[in-house]
Design a protein around this ligand. Structure first.
Ligand code: FE2
Length: 444
């Protein structure tokens, strides 16, 4: 079976008695507020529905492995039928192959490597001992890839898979903005345990911010099947960064994405995804309200009806204010992560993978491939009001030779990139739409 991990890595397990867990007096109030607003009965109703649906999903993923993750070519994206689009949205992740010509992506990788080598005394990264995620944001290759017309075309299509029920009909469609992120070059043989199963776009804020939690109203109301994870009217105003933390992204990304510069297969520093985004998210939201039966037998633990409603325990499993939402086998047993977190299919240079803002994902702990595994983090970011505000501050940081605002932190060593050998600044942008997406020329 191509898909799940043959051996589960030693990623952390989150337990109620762990010293590591988030503790604070206000945790129960977030639970109480939701219970008071929507009612215990509705939460129980949802819990049972969601756990039962997860059984079905597990069965499908066990049968199909990573074939559950759809694949399409860049050329076919325009012709995607409404029915297929809905299927893709339900799964919540997919590959779009050949967004950039293979030869061009290969050239980018060669150029990127030599740029890093030319500036090796200035480039820093994470993890500290064996940095593979480089704190480099404005290299010519990154600027060219983000502003490549095909990259922006895909982003423009994907952001409009979301809809805004509040938007007046005469509003212009959302335009793609460029969120500037880092780059990864991971050499073979290098273990990496830093990104176990997690979901970005906030953590505790999903429960604590009243707007954010209202995005998930059907889950609280006992009707998780009605949850529409592509509705933007509230989501665009949700405070994902209600709590400070360098893991939290300031913009709303309709889809996160990787653009591959190398060939990368499962077990080679690749990505793992948990398809069927809606039901996983619904489970995570409900999980803090339920306590496991007092039994070590798996059949008892997996029987959702044996779990008891828990309004009191101040514990949100895998939730830490400054961090992304984290998941583990013991804290989220009905997700059956060992079966359902599957490797994406092999990627070639120029291929891309996209996953919904609420999707659980993880990065391979091992890289058994022969060469570097390199990706650019390029997301689909729509021009919502809040996003525009951040992109304007990002533009000012770029023009002022600072790291993008989300990547500025006192403990992060960063060398201003204008000093790098081969730096091209704005000249590396390859299209007018690339300038627009960075809001260059707008009040600049
Ligand atoms: Fe992530």
């Amino acid at each position: 079976m191509v898909g799940p991990l043959s051996t589960w890595p030693s990623w952390p397990e989150f337990t109620v008695d762990s010293e590591e867990r988030e503790k604070s007096a206000d945790l129960t109030t977030f639970k109480t507020d939701i219970i008071n607003e929507y009612g215990q009965e509705n939460l129980i109703k949802s819990w049972l529905k969601v756990c039962s649906k997860l059984e079905e999903i597990t069965k499908e993923i066990r049968e199909k492995g990573n074939k559950v993750i759809p694949e399409i070519t860049f050329e076919d994206l325009d012709q995607l039928s409404e029915q297929k689009k809905e299927e893709y949205k339900t799964v919540g992740c997919f590959l779009i192959r050949g967004v950039v010509q293979k030869e061009l992506a290969e050239k980018w990788f060669v150029d990127l490597k030599s740029y890093v080598a030319d500036n090796e005394d200035m480039v820093t990264g994470w993890p500290p001992v064996t940095p593979s995620i480089l704190r480099m944001y404005y290299s010519p290759v990154q600027m060219a890839a983000r502003s490549h017309p095909n990259s922006l075309k895909v982003a423009g299509e994907l952001i409009n898979w979301w809809h805004d029920s509040e938007n007046a009909k005469d509003q212009p469609p959302l335009e793609p903005l460029t969120y500037i992120d880092a780059v990864r070059i991971r050499p073979p043989g290098q273990p990496f345990f830093g990104l176990g199963p997690h979901i970005d776009a906030g953590s505790l804020s999903r429960w604590a911010d009243t707007t954010y939690r209202a995005c998930y109203a059907p889950v609280w109301q006992g009707n998780p099947e009605d949850l529409d994870l592509y509705e933007l009217s509230l989501r665009k105003k949700a405070k994902t960064r209600l709590f400070a933390g360098s893991a939290h992204c300031s913009v709303f990304r309709a889809f996160q994405g990787w653009t591959s510069l190398t060939t990368t297969g499962p077990g080679e520093g690749s990505l793992l995804l948990y398809p069927h985004v809606k039901w996983v998210m619904a489970y995570i939201l409900l999980r803090p309200f339920f306590k496991a039966p007092n039994s070590t037998k798996e059949e008892d633990i997996m029987d959702a009806s044996k779990w008891t409603f828990d309004a009191e325990t101040p514990w949100f499993p895998g939730t830490f204010r400054p961090d992304s939402q984290r998941l583990s086998v013991t804290s989220h047993p009905h997700l059956r992560l060992r079966d359902c977190l599957v490797h994406i299919p092999p990627m070639q240079p120029g291929d891309t993978v996209w996953w919904h803002a609420d999707m659980c994902h993880a990065v391979d702990t091992e890289h058994k491939g022969a060469g570097d595994s390199s990706v650019l983090y390029i997301a689909a970011t729509p021009s919502t009001e809040d996003n525009i505000q951040y992109i304007d501050s990002q533009r000012d940081a770029f023009l002022g030779d600072n790291a993008p605002p989300d990547f500025q932190a006192a403990d992060r060593v960063y060398s201003p990139e204008a000093k790098y050998k081969g730096y091209q600044g704005q000249d590396a942008i390859v299209s007018p739409e690339g300038r627009n997406a960075l809001r260059l020329g707008v009040n600049a």
